[in-house]
Design a protein around this ligand. Structure first.
Ligand code: MTE
Length: 327
């Protein structure tokens, strides 16, 4: 059977940006990637009616509203608009479910119910939390943050969650704890992205921070965005948000948080330490070895992809909060 591919707006976007070395060269590590083609997305639009795939995308985003949270006035407005919710929910990096951006449908396999997060290692009060515990025990706030991917695209997302430092206060790390490792969900029966099938990548996805970075005011755990629970494609039910660092530092779908004495190995850094440093702070003056980081493509208001070229800011514009960590 021959399938005729009718590209949607985001697929056209992807083709246009493939001229940029950033997009495909990164994927050289995963040779099998040809962009996740999703059967449902081949359905043509019928007049003004939504296609089956658009309706499915909407339901992946129309999750329960988070009942109680307070907008944090320090992070309530920015120099650019909030990215359209649908764009943010269909243009993702989540390699466990595929190497393209269009993984939202495959990510619906993530078993985000009855989730447990183990907090362990060099702490006085180790504990396993479920998501209701987190919602109940931490004061939830909304923060509108810039988000900058190492591939030189950017968004603005309104996250709901709590500062990482609040978790540090609860679990009380011992004086030997210097680093923290964050581990994402991994089950080769479910997370069947191409890298997993071919077994060449260092799963599970893990990220790490110095404990001072985790204690910084900006470091955030998100349980939701756009007023609702977090969509699976964006790392449900709990992900890291570190707005001064490249997006790959923010691991999705966290199952384990470990306080450690020494620096942990991390996913992209293990794949290529020259290209994906452990620190990975947004820096326009430090090019990626294969592309410039001086500018970025900002994906703004929707509903269709259009992007604006912007100057990249040191620490993604958050230097006043974090620059002192790096002197
Ligand atoms: N976390 C996991 N577990 N797996 C991933 O592939 N990709 C990272 C980060 N967290 C990734 C991940 C990268 S490269 C980016 S840019 C962001 O997630 C993308 O987040 P978004 O899809 O919500 O925009």
């Amino acid at each position: 059977m021959t399938l005729i591919r009718i590209p949607k707006s985001w697929q056209i976007f992807k083709q246009e940006i493939t001229s940029e070395t950033a997009y495909f060269n990164r994927r050289r590590f995963i040779k099998t990637l040809v962009g996740a083609s999703i059967g449902a997305s081949l359905l043509p639009l019928a007049g003004c009616q939504k296609s089956a795939s658009e309706t499915a995308l909407d339901s992946s985003l129309d999750l329960p509203k988070i009942k109680s949270f307070t907008p944090n006035p320090n992070f309530s407005s920015l120099d650019r608009p909030i990215t359209d919710r649908t764009l943010a929910g269909r243009y993702n990096n989540f390699y466990e479910f595929g190497g393209g951006k269009n993984i939202w449908l495959k990510a619906q396999k993530l078993p985000a119910e009855n989730w447990k997060v183990e907090v362990t290692g060099l702490v006085k009060n180790p504990r396993t939390y479920d998501i209701d515990d987190l919602k109940r025990e931490f004061a939830l706030e909304e923060r509108i943050y810039r988000f900058r991917c190492v591939e030189a695209w950017s968004m603005v997302v309104p996250w709901i969650g709590f500062p990482m430092k609040a978790l540090i206060e609860k679990v009380e790390p011992t004086s030997s704890a210097k680093y923290v490792r964050f581990t994402s969900f991994y089950d080769p029966e479910i997370t069947t992205g191409p890298g997993i099938v071919f077994g060449k990548l260092p799963w599970p996805y893990q990220e790490g921070l110095r404990i001072e970075e985790m204690a910084n005011e900006l470091a955030f755990f998100a349980l939701g965005n756009y007023g609702r629970d977090l969509p699976k494609q964006q790392g449900a039910p709990l992900r890291m948000v570190l707005p001064w660092k490249y997006g790959f530092k923010g691991a999705k779908s966290i199952v384990k948080i470990e306080f450690l004495a020494s620096q942990p190995a991390t996913y992209w850094n293990t794949i290529n330490s020259q290209e994906y440093g452990f620190e990975a702070n947004v820096n326009p003056d430090k090019p990626h070895p294969r592309w410039s980081q001086a500018k970025e493509k900002f994906i703004g208001e929707g509903p269709d992809f259009k992007w604006e070229i912007k100057e990249t800011m040191p620490y993604n514009g958050y230097g006043e909060y974090v620059a002192s960590l790096y002197v």
